[in-house]
Write a protein that binds this ligand. Structure first.
Ligand code: DQA
Length: 144
């Protein structure tokens, strides 16, 4: 059976390429998603991608991954630092979850140093730009 993974991009990531390019890079979300889909094809994984600026939509999408997806790549963006609801949704999953950040959150403002997700995910990739998603998919493919 082909394995299926889910990639979730949180708030403001729809504006990748335009938003603070010195921090997040010049690549648009469409370009990042194109590379994700290419890698999925090469690794023979089915990939679903979802972006939302809304906490509740992200919670529901994580809940719906149960029984449907074999792994999750999650960049919860600013909700990483604030959302107990997203943390609780991740905690109820029994699939591997990779937390991804384009920027290195530990080199930035102190309020970004704490991730509410860090201790409920399988692992974290932070600071490698859009390539972090691809590294995360490689990590997942070895686990699922
Ligand atoms: C981010 C880091 C977060 O602190 C920030 O709020 C984001 C993006 C990243 O990918 O580097 O929106 O998750």
């Amino acid at each position: 059976m082909r394995k299926k993974i889910l990639v979730i991009h949180g708030p403001n990531l729809n504006l990748l390429g335009v938003r603070e390019p010195q921090v997040y890079g010049a690549q648009t979300l469409d370009a990042v998603n194109g590379e994700i889909m290419d890698l999925g094809r090469r690794l023979e994984l089915d990939v679903d991608i979802f972006q939302s600026n809304h906490e509740g939509e992200i919670v529901e999408t994580i809940q719906n991954a149960r029984g449907r997806h074999h792994g999750l790549i999650l960049n919860a963006a600013a909700y990483t630092h604030t959302s107990i609801a997203i943390r609780d949704a991740v905690a109820l999953l029994d699939i591997p979850v990779v937390e991804v950040h384009l920027s290195n959150i530990y080199k930035r403002e102190p309020f970004r140093h704490h991730s509410l997700l860090a201790d409920v995910v399988t692992g974290q990739i932070t600071g490698f730009g859009g390539r972090g998603y691809l590294l995360g998919i490689h990590a997942l493919s070895g686990l699922i």
